[in-house]
Write a protein that binds this ligand. Structure first.
Ligand code: ATP
Ligand code: MG
Ligand code: MG
Length: 556
């Protein structure tokens, strides 16, 4: 395993503990419940909860729920489930920004009373026009100099529902000439009659993200507020708000770069589009880069945590290729998953000299290095299946599998020789007639070397399984960053991979039949597979999802 490099945020925290600035670290993970969490959130979760774990502190889970139209309890539940599944525990109850609506309102009144906030009647378009640009200072709103009394009255009436949606905002009075556009009298409240998933219809005004976030952090006694780089130039506003209200806590914000994963999307809005347009089966479709999707695909929490550790935390661009994620997933599964044999593209093999009286079965361990996983019987019978890939009538150089007239060992069983190849009218191999060397169970054959070992299953004992073979969802490494000849972004849906799902019937050792949903296996020599969380029925229908192959075989 790569040695974990100490990242800059850990250094900051160590220094803050050493200097006595803090004696306990409090972090938070603050998702907006407007979708399921994705692999980018997993990075942030591992960072925030990981720091709390490492430094003996705590991490809060806070739903940043200030946009009622887009948020729902379904998403709240899915977010909780994803964080728990990754193996993290938040401190106390789940928190909600909406828990602080009363406090946020009171601080807004305080700002008005101090002459630091005003009610503005400019429309959204006018406000944008007044705001100026990077090269041009903004202009002050004509409503900026309303008296404190008038502002208090108007803000109360905004809250009481006397004005239509969008007709007024509450704005901070900072500096319309600031080089940082975020400080040009930002709006902190807007009027919006929308039903909120927790506060119902109590409010028709809602606080804005920048105002809400810093105060929520301070109310919770957060020490280090870690967020992605696009918030770097919001930090002066974060600090301004906390410096200008009577709150006894001032968390410090630090920024790190967002994870971008090639061949995936890390935007809830675009993922939502895939779901609502039916391009995938749901938020937890195994091809989705959501935590729920990765879970259903068979990734383990340890694999995702290993991935987060390997990609690290920094301020530089964080575009990660898919094999880095798959490599971490594979490395974790190596020791986590019991191994069985499965044949996904079968050729029937008839063992002509099979004799139930002398042809013995053996038991085999589920894992070569984990005896605690136990053993199972690997039964043999007259008819078995091997994988089509393991037979070549005309073998290429260095072939170590089966060929006409050649020998190979059946894993955990005998050496067999191929005596006859049977084909259909089109010349496709449909059956092999082979014979068993009965003197090779658990020992080398006399006087010759047989190097190849292949996997197989007994046709009569194996269970037929629906096996879903997933490929990546997009054909482009950055599907949402491709520009056409006109310089405009090309619709990312155009790059959906039409071959991202193939369903086959495979034959798997019978012991998987009773496995619970979400049991991960290695199919020897094939890859890692998981029983589907929803569709696999123990003792009934067997359904597997391919998690990842054994080697990185992806070619761009
Ligand atoms: P999206 O655009 O997907 O909705 P978001 O940043 O708006 O992303 P939030 O729910 O607000 O989503 O994110 C919660 C936390 O997760 C934030 O602290 C955010 O910085 C972090 N986060 C979101 N996306 C990523 C990412 N790609 N890489 C790292 N951290 C991320
Ligand atoms: Mg957000
Ligand atoms: Mg968002």
């Amino acid at each position: 395993d790569a040695v974990e490099v100490k990242h800059f945020i850990k250094t900051i925290i160590e220094n803050d503990l050493a200097s006595g600035k803090h004696d306990r670290i409090v972090t938070r993970f603050p998702p907006e419940p407007n979708g399921y969490l994705h692999v980018g959130h997993a990075k942030s979760i591992c960072l925030n909860f990981g720091i709390a774990e490492e430094f003996g502190g705590v991490c809060h889970l806070r739903m940043d729920d200030t946009n009622p139209e887009k948020e729902s309890d379904e998403y709240v539940q899915a977010i909780k489930e994803s964080v728990e599944w990754l193996g993290f525990k938040w401190d106390g109850a789940v928190r909600f920004a909406s828990d602080y609506f009363d406090a946020l309102y009171d601080y807004a009144v305080e700002l008005i009373e101090a002459g630091k906030a005003f009610v503005c009647d400019l429309s959204a378009d006018e406000m944008r026009e007044y705001r100026g640009s990077l090269t041009e200072p903004g202009r002050e709103s004509p409503y900026r100099n309303r008296s404190v009394e008038e502002n208090l009255d108007l803000f109360t009436r905004m809250k009481n529902g006397e004005f239509p949606d969008g007709s007024k905002t509450l704005r901070l009075k900072i500096d319309m000439a600031s080089g940082n556009i975020n400080l040009r009298d930002p709006a902190i409240y807007r009027i919006r009659r929308a039903h909120h998933h927790r506060t119902g219809d109590k409010w028709c005004i809602y606080p804005m993200y920048d105002y809400t976030h810093c105060i929520s952090d301070a109310l919770e006694g957060i020490t280090h507020s870690l967020c992605t780089l696009e918030f770097e130039d919001h930090r002066p506003l974060y600090d301004w708000v906390l410096d200008n209200i009577s709150i006894g806590c001032h968390p410090r914000q630090y920024e790190f770069s967002r994870l971008e994963l090639m061949y995936a999307l890390t935007s809830k809005r675009k993922l939502n589009q895939l779901v609502t347009e039916g391009r995938v089966s749901g938020w937890d479709d195994p091809r989705m880069p959501t935590i729920a999707g990765m879970r259903r695909r068979g990734y383990s929490p340890a694999g995702i945590r290993l991935f987060a550790q390997r990609i690290g935390v920094s301020k530089s661009e964080n575009v990660i290729d898919f094999p880095i994620l798959e490599g971490a997933v594979r490395d974790a599964l190596e020791s986590e998953a019991p191994r069985v044999m499965a044949v996904l593209d079968p050729i029937k093999v008839t063992l002509s000299n099979f004799d139930a009286a002398v042809t013995a079965s053996r038991s085999a361990p589920f894992h070569p290095h984990h005896p605690e996983f136990g053993e199972r019987e690997v039964p043999i019978a007259r008819e078995i299946y091997i994988d089509r890939d393991d037979f070549a009538e005309v073998p290429p150089p260095k072939w170590q599998r089966l060929t006409a007239g050649g020998e190979v060992r059946l894993r955990y069983s005998y050496v067999i020789r191929c005596d006859e190849v049977i084909k259909d009218a089109d010349g496709r191999v449909i059956e092999l007639k082979c014979s068993i060397d009965h003197d090779t169970l658990g020992k080398n054959p006399e006087g010759r070397k047989v190097k190849g070992v292949i996997h197989w299953v007994s046709a009569e004992h194996a269970v037929a399984a629906e096996v879903r073979l997933y490929e990546r969802l997009f054909t482009e490494p950055r599907p949402d960053a491709v520009r056409g000849s006109d310089g405009e972004y090309v619709e990312f849906l155009q790059f959906l991979n039409p071959e991202s799902l193939k369903v086959v019937t495979g034959y798997v050792e019978a012991c998987v039949k009773d496995a619970a949903p979400e049991t991960r296996f290695q199919f020897e020599r094939v890859g890692y597979f998981v029983t589907d969380r929803h569709d696999h029925q123990p003792g009934g229908k067997v359904v597997f999802n391919r998690t990842v192959g054994l080697k990185d075989t992806f070619k761009a």
